[in-house]
Design a protein around this ligand. Structure first.
Ligand code: 5AD
Ligand code: SF4
Length: 473
């Protein structure tokens, strides 16, 4: 029996009311009329999206925002647990807040996100980081105001990390980082239990938002100026399976595509075992869907894939890539790869390298395996040293850089449609933009163009980006 905590509208209303009550209390504590908050985010886009909701609450509590820890009255560190390296960095940064807390009387320090959902990390923060006032897990974001209130009124540290199967809530306030680009969470959690991965333990079981809630949010986003919408989920291809209705991820793309307006639909992340013909066909048919798929392969050797519990073979993966490209010849494919999974031999790694050269990814993220407490892989024998794994990883990085360089060079002379999304202050190519497939294009033009679509002639390229001129200029 799954234990998902569905949060009612009334409960969210209570939290919103608490925000108003907190305004004078936070002011009094900060001894200023303009208290400031700093929300520092690590890890994936889901965390970025959660942080936007935390900022939404903080705004309603009367806070402005800063990135200076010494000025902040409230600091929230939203953590990631996917690899040890990130955790070490986070703990180092939390420790460094000793100085800011000494300098600023009444400063509130909260730590949340995936890292704290692990019991040993919650304990560590409790015992070794007394400067931390509030600790809350990813399922507690909806009651952030209540946690602040408990601290402000009770003066005792607040630890609130439930470890059920996850919570699902709607209508939280949100302070978006960008008007133009928007995250839109469609589902939470993961049921896949890849043997190396901590996410199913920190983010709980898969749960989908209702299509009507997602479509309503998409409409609001488009009306408020969003032109680039990324649908988020740990495995978007599982969308809808838990809803008990005959409606899947491809149906959702179709319905969002049908909304009025000129915008781009992206999504992250697809599990290769669940991505199939219906999705590729829908992407090809929907004019607003980006022809980009992030399809993490993780490894190219069948024994390793099985040990990772990925539920596909190298041959099945390659067949999906072939099929996807048949529907979308211009498809941009990106991936994640883990190097040095326990027991992976250098010979098995060669299969990953050959797969990479076969697929010719547009970009890839390569990670050296990092053991995570409580996962199956952490108990597997792991004979290769870190240095040996690094050598393999470097080989992969070389391949990762050569392919996009060649692919980008093929664009020179072509004209592409881009969404202008930023200003590169002081650079010769003073604007940045992206093609619908997500390729970065630097341009020369006036800053007023930010937020609009443009036709651009590509004049040169590097491994990382294309450079171009507005067509007709
Ligand atoms: N070690 C290294 N990389 C990992 N990833 C997930 N768990 C681990 C781990 N324990 C990588 C996977 C995943 C990406 C988000 O992080 O490649 O796709
Ligand atoms: Fe982790 Fe696998 Fe779930 Fe992705 S699909 S979040 S790698 S368990």
């Amino acid at each position: 029996m799954s234990q998902i905590n569905y949060i009612s509208e009334d409960k969210i209303e209570e939290q919103l009311a608490l925000c108003s009550e907190l305004i004078p209390l936070i002011r009094a504590r900060s001894e200023t009329d303009a208290p400031l908050a700093f929300v520092d985010t690590y890890g994936c886009q889901q965390n970025e999206s959660d942080s936007e909701q935390i900022r939404g609450f903080l705004s309603l509590m009367g806070c402005g925002f800063t990135t200076d820890e010494f000025l902040a009255d409230i600091i929230v560190i939203n953590t990631c647990a996917v690899r040890e390296h990130a955790e070490m960095r986070i703990l180092g940064n939390v420790g460094a807040l000793n100085h800011t807390k000494k300098a600023k009387k009444g400063q509130i320090i909260a730590v949340c996100g995936c890292m704290v959902r692990q019991e040993h990390m919650e304990e560590k923060l409790k015992k070794s980081y007394p400067i931390v006032d509030i600790v809350f897990g990813p399922d507690e974001v909806w009651r952030f105001p209540e946690l602040i209130m408990r601290l402000v009124k009770g003066r005792k540290r607040v630890f609130e990390v439930t470890r059920l199967d996850g919570s699902l809530f709607e209508n939280l306030p949100r302070r978006r980082d960008s008007k133009l680009k928007a995250w839109l969470s469609i589902m939470y959690g993961c049921n896949n239990f890849c043997t190396y991965c901590i996410v199913p333990y920190t983010r709980g079981r898969e749960r989908s938002r209702k299509p009507e809630d997602i479509l309503m949010e998409a409409k609001e986003l488009i009306a408020s100026g969003a032109r680039d919408i990324t649908l988020l989920g740990q495995n978007v291809n599982s969308y809808g399976k838990d809803l008990g209705i005959d409606y899947d991820f491809a149906d959702l793309i179709k319905d969002i595509n049908a909304l009025e307006g000129d915008f781009i639909i992206r999504f992250m992340t697809s599990h290769p075992k669940d991505a199939g013909e219906k999705l590729f066909k829908t992407m090809a048919e929907c004019s607003k869907a980006a022809h980009h798929i992030h399809l993490p392969v993780q490894a190219g050797n069948n024994r390793v894939l099985k040990a990772m519990n990925r539920h596909y073979t190298r041959e099945e993966y390659l067949e999906k890539v072939r099929l996807a490209r048949e529907y979308m010849p211009d498809l941009v494919i990106t991936t994640d790869i883990i190097v040095g999974f326990p027991g992976e031999t250098p010979e098995e790694f060669e299969d990953t390298l050959s797969l990479v050269n076969e697929v010719r990814y547009d970009s890839m993220f390569t990670f050296i395996y990092s053991p995570r407490v409580g996962t199956k892989a952490a108990a597997m024998p792991d004979p290769l040293s870190r240095a040996e794994k690094q050598i393999l990883c470097d080989k992969l990085t070389d391949a990762a850089n050569t392919i996009p360089k060649e692919k980008h060079a093929e664009y020179v002379g072509r004209t592409v449609r881009v969404l202008v999304d930023g200003v590169n202050e002081g650079e010769e190519y003073n604007l940045s933009s992206r093609t619908k497939e997500g390729r970065l294009v630097h341009l020369k033009g006036c800053p007023e163009m930010v937020g609009s679509f443009a036709e651009v002639k590509i004049t040169s390229s590097t491994t990382w980006a294309l450079f171009g001129e507005i067509s007709g200029q």
